[in-house]
Design a protein around this ligand. Structure first.
Ligand code: OXD
Ligand code: MN
Length: 584
């Protein structure tokens, strides 16, 4: 059905390797969706949920050993090891093609290979790029259908060009020991084998839109970032856009879909994206961003009508749920959904489950895949081919102690340093130990497709070209008191911090200079309506700098930077300046 020669030849070559019984070219039509859903339901790969309560919704369970991104098995395969840098796993491309080639050899025997053309970015946008994913998983096809612009539209965009990202995925045997997610940025290629978990297999998302795209961005002078994009509309109808980088499972989706508190009459927050931003310098010297995705692959646990009503409403139809609890009336439940659990259900492993069992019913990294256009707060601009102009960039993480609620960097270069020194306590979105602080520059540690020292350099270069750069802030919703209680209510109340940030962008409010940047004056964070939860004292505590904690923090930053051979001198200089300002 498609005539692009380069695509055809590559598909043939990959089919020779993986030896599927059949090849199906995906067109993105409704009929195709129906057919694939029926097939997946008939084999048990997907379960149809209660169509009255959750029309168009499906449930999937991954293998129990396959529930999160596997960072230790994710590789950047550049010819020169140095180009992958000190924070990525590296494999020689020849070795990777050889090793994975053996795993792919015959891996689709008895299966169908689906050829998924997809577009990252809005249709007709100069930002947008085409990828093709070959997979033996219907779950992948149906998720890609939600997460990207899939099928004919992508092939039409590609035309006769050979400029597309080549993604090959096979579940193979879901063998943990032979699970590899390999990226070949110099070849525009991604190979993923032996996994069925979203972040490892929906190749348009982390693999292309972040790892490969960050490399492309460096070559071509733009940026691919692990950022949400939101718009704040004021009572006069003016909308300002903010992009925010937070590590996985730190509330990007919640922030992107925030509903302003009651006191902020006439304000509205619009969602442009919840995970990835592609950003270019506009002719006006501002930074313009698009969301390359078309859906949300959000973390389910903790999502409720209280924490994120817009996400809940988005997922009431046409959604694929992964690894959540299936209730007796064939709907879904997860920890933190805000309603009582069913007396019994089927847990994420597919076993009978009761709330008394002491086990979690949903996996902590269980997910929903939902179309962005179903989101009640979706921005009217979310598919604008030119993107939206960014006024502020936020960096943030989970920091129980060190980081104050919010502070502003002195300038772009200092902001890059603030991003480069981000740290966060680990979550369930990746395998590994939970709750330990790891340095996660710009929330890109697992997603930067090249040497992170060069990546910092690229940020610095971009800053030089922006005549109207966004202001850069750091936020921390997760600060706790001595008894480990959160000091800040978070969720919708985070709007109060956004409001201060935009007031800074508009030059409407001054601030206090501190060693780490500009801090708000206590009276400038509005507390109307939450005075009972956040007293002035508490707010002061949230904005406090603990010198001892900062001493340790700077030591940890210094240690982290020691890994880098290609650390820009500006970053080193910023570290020295920070020490000087503290007098350390
Ligand atoms: C995600 C992640 O799925 O960051 O967005 O893990
Ligand atoms: Mn993410």
């Amino acid at each position: 059905m498609y005539t692009n020669k380069a695509v055809q030849e590559w598909v043939e070559e990959m089919a020779k390797l993986t030896k599927p019984d059949d090849i199906v070219w995906i067109d993105g039509s409704e009929e195709e969706k129906k057919r694939l859903e029926e097939e997946a339901v008939s084999t048990g790969e997907l379960t149809e949920l209660n169509q009255k309560e959750l029309p168009g919704c499906l449930l999937h369970r991954t293998a129990v050993n396959d529930v999160a991104r596997v960072e230790h098995r994710t590789f950047i395969c550049t010819k020169d090891k140095e180009d992958a840098g000190p924070t990525n796993n590296w494999m020689d491309p020849k070795e990777a093609y050889g090793k994975l080639g053996k795993l792919f050899d015959g891996s689709m025997k008895g299966r169908t290979m689906y050829v998924i053309p997809y577009l990252m970015g809005p249709v007709g946008s100069p930002f947008s790029k085409v990828g093709i994913e070959l997979t033996d998983s219907i779950y992948v096809v149906l998720n890609m259908r939600i997460m990207t612009r899939m099928g004919k539209v992508a092939m039409d965009t590609l035309g006769n060009s050979n400029d597309f990202v080549k993604g090959l995925h096979s579940k193979a045997q879901l063998d943990e020991e032979n699970r590899y997610i390999c990226h070949f940025p110099e070849d525009n290629t991604i190979w993923s084998v032996n996994s069925g978990y979203g972040g490892n297999v929906l190749l348009g998302k982390k693999c292309f839109a972040l790892r490969i795209a960050s490399y492309m961005g460096k070559q071509e002078g733009w940026m691919a970032e692990h950022m949400l994009i939101l718009g704040v509309e004021d009572p006069n109808g003016n909308v300002s856009y903010i992009a925010g980088a937070f590590p996985s499972a730190c509330g990007k989706t919640n922030l992107a879909m925030l509903i302003p508190p009651a006191y902020a009459k006439g304000y509205k927050v619009w969602t442009v994206g919840d995970d990835i931003a592609w950003m270019r310098i506009g002719e006006d010297g501002r930074l313009w961003a698009v969301n390359p995705e078309a859906g949300f692959f959000g973390v389910a646990p903790g999502t409720s009508m209280k924490s994120n009503p817009n996400a809940m409403l988005t997922t009431r139809k046409n959604t694929i749920f992964t690894n959540v609890v299936q209730t007796p009336d064939n709907t879904v439940w997860w920890e933190g959904i805000g309603v009582d659990p069913p007396q019994e259900g089927i847990d994420w492993k597919g076993n009978p489950w009761t709330p008394e069992s002491g086990e979690k019913g949903a996996h902590p990294n269980s997910r929903f895949t939902a179309p962005a256009n179903q989101c009640p707060s979706i921005s009217p601009e979310w598919e604008n081919p030119e993107g939206v102009p960014i006024s502020a960039i936020l960096f943030g993480g989970r920091r129980a102690r060190v980081a104050p609620l919010v502070y502003q960097s002195f300038d772009w270069e200092h902001g890059v340093f603030v991003g480069a020194t981000m740290g966060s306590e680990t979550t369930a979105a990746a395998t590994g130990k939970l709750g330990v602080v790891r340095r996660d520059p710009m929330a890109m540690l697992p997603f930067c497709g090249y040497n992170m020292g060069d990546y910092f350099g690229h940020w610095l270069e971009m800053g030089k070209k922006l005549t109207h750069p966004p202001l850069i802030f750091n936020v921390n919703w997760f600060r706790t008191d001595d008894n480990d209680n959160f000091l800040w209510p978070g969720f919708g109340e985070n709007f109060r911090v956004l409001k201060w940030i935009l007031a800074r962008c508009n030059g409407e409010v001054d601030a206090l200079e501190s060693p780490i940047g500009y801090l708000p004056k206590v009276e400038d964070i509005e507390l109307e309506g939450i005075e009972d939860k956040v007293s002035i004292d508490r707010l002061s505590q949230l904005l406090e700098l603990d010198e001892d904690a900062w001493k340790d923090e700077i030591k940890s930053q210094e240690e982290f930077f020691e890994k880098f051979d290609r650390l820009p001198k500006e970053i080193k200089g910023q570290l020295e300046n920070l020490k000087d300002r503290f007098g350390f």
